[in-house]
Write a protein that binds this ligand. Structure first.
Ligand SMILES: Cc1ncc(COP(=O)(O)O)c(C=O)c1O
Length: 408
């Protein structure tokens, strides 16, 4: 049960830190290289998790490191009292790679969503004093601050924190009838916010027809569309942004996770007309978009935004989906394999925590969300060799867990 070194680290954790993450997996990573992480005893692991879809360029990426070193040597932070070339560059890249519009930087996904919620409300309230309601969907996840948490339609996230921020209407995901009805009945809706692939909810993909009709209805009623791309963005799904797969023109997208490849940075990017609803003094952040964060974001966007980079993500995606579907035919506890790009879920017929621990023992990092869904989210530039080696471990872990009939 772990080395002396690890025991000491765990004991310090229990003594010094809030235990809101419970018992963590028994490992402490101390360095990383490409798609590999190394623990306190220098054991090597293949990374199929990317720190929750964050380190999309892997660990120690050469170009990214060069940019970061340069920025650390020149300037980290000045605040938003001053102009900032790195913000301009990152925002310019976002506009070029997503849609023409304006960017506002934050520090995390939940803060990006707070900004999106506040912006949508100011827009709605400018039209009518009661027009501040926002529709979100069951099983969604939008963050842990009060706005993000209130937008999240999952009871377990709310527990013990009430009263929540008022004005959120939760509707069933992929049920267009309910959405149509709600929009017809309720004139106070100013925006709808959704993930196109629900990540924390278990890699649940939105039905394209559902999303198409949402956008059509919102377009006719002047209701804003907010796509939460915190997990799906920055190449994770094989397009730079998931909305591009669905051929949509959202009013606002929120970003974080992969945007900084590990340097905390979030953002909203919105159509130009919306910038008027955040006038001087209406919103802000001390750290939001500081020089380091934005240098990191630009370094990421320059690499991930390349067609050849995304083509490779899609090649890798086919490899993973093929192997996983084959595995599904071999063991009897996989209900479904689904995903886009390298945002892949293996839905099990039973809880997945044990598989995560077993894979970790064998040197593979995977994750389980929504209790039964194993998430496969390797760095987007994982080499075919590392992908194959990781899949071998995954397959043997699953086979040992049970072939046909082993787990009735
Ligand atoms: C879709 C989505 N939105 C928002 C968030 C919150 O991001 P953060 O943890 O950076 O606040 C997450 C985090 O998992 C997410 O997956």
């Amino acid at each position: 049960m772990g080395s002396k070194k690890l025991k000491k680290i765990i004991s310090e954790d229990k003594q010094c830190l809030f235990q809101n993450y419970g018992d963590r997996l028994p490992v402490c990573f101390v360095r990383g290289k490409d798609s590999f992480l190394y623990d306190q005893d220098d054991k090597r692991y293949i990374d199929f998790f990317s720190g929750i879809a964050v380190t999309n360029l892997g660990h120690g990426n050469k170009e990214y490191r060069k940019t970061l070193h340069r920025q650390i040597d020149s300037l980290l932070h000045t605040s938003n009292w001053y102009y900032n070339r790195e913000q301009n560059e990152a925002a310019g890249l976002l506009a070029k790679l997503s849609f023409p519009g304006k960017t506002l930087f934050a520090n995390s996904g939940t803060e990006a969503n707070e900004a999106a919620i506040k912006l949508a409300r100011r827009y709605g309230l400018s039209l009518h004093k009661n027009r501040y309601e926002i529709v979100t969907f069951t099983n969604s996840f939008h963050g842990r601050t009060y706005g993000g948490m209130s937008a999240t339609a999952q009871k377990k996230i709310h527990e013990g924190f009430g009263p929540l921020v008022p004005g959120f209407t939760y509707l069933p995901f992929n049920d267009i009838g309910k959405f149509r009805k709600a929009l017809k009945k309720n004139k106070n809706i100013c925006a709808v916010m959704l993930e196109l692939i629900q990540g924390e909810g278990g890699i649940v993909i939105a039905d394209p027809a559902f999303v198409r009709e949402i956008f059509d209805l919102c377009g006719t009623k002047g209701v804003l569309t907010i796509i939460d791309e915190v997990q799906t963005g920055i190449g994770r799904t094989g397009a730079l942004f998931a909305f591009q797969h669905f051929n949509l023109s959202p009013d606002i997208i929120s970003l974080a996770k992969g945007l900084g490849n590990g340097v905390p940075v979030g953002a909203i990017h919105a159509k130009d007309f919306l910038a008027a609803y955040f006038p001087r003094g209406s919103h802000g952040s001390t750290f939001g978009g500081n020089h380091l964060a934005c240098a990191a974001a630009s370094a990421v966007l320059k690499q991930v935004g390349k067609k050849s980079f995304l083509a490779n993500v899609n090649r890798l995606s086919r490899f993973f989906l093929n192997r996983l579907n084959h595995l599904k035919s071999e063991v009897d506890f996989i209900a479904e394999v689904r995903g886009m790009g390298l945002h892949i879920g293996i839905e099990l017929t039973k809880p997945g925590a044990r598989l995560v621990s077993k894979a970790l023992d064998k040197g593979l990092i995977i994750n389980c969300t929504a209790e039964k869904v194993i998430r496969i989210m390797p760095p987007l530039n994982i080499t075919p060799e590392a992908a194959r080696a990781g899949m071998k471990i995954l397959e043997s872990t699953f086979r040992e867990e049970g072939g046909p009939g082993a787990n009735p």
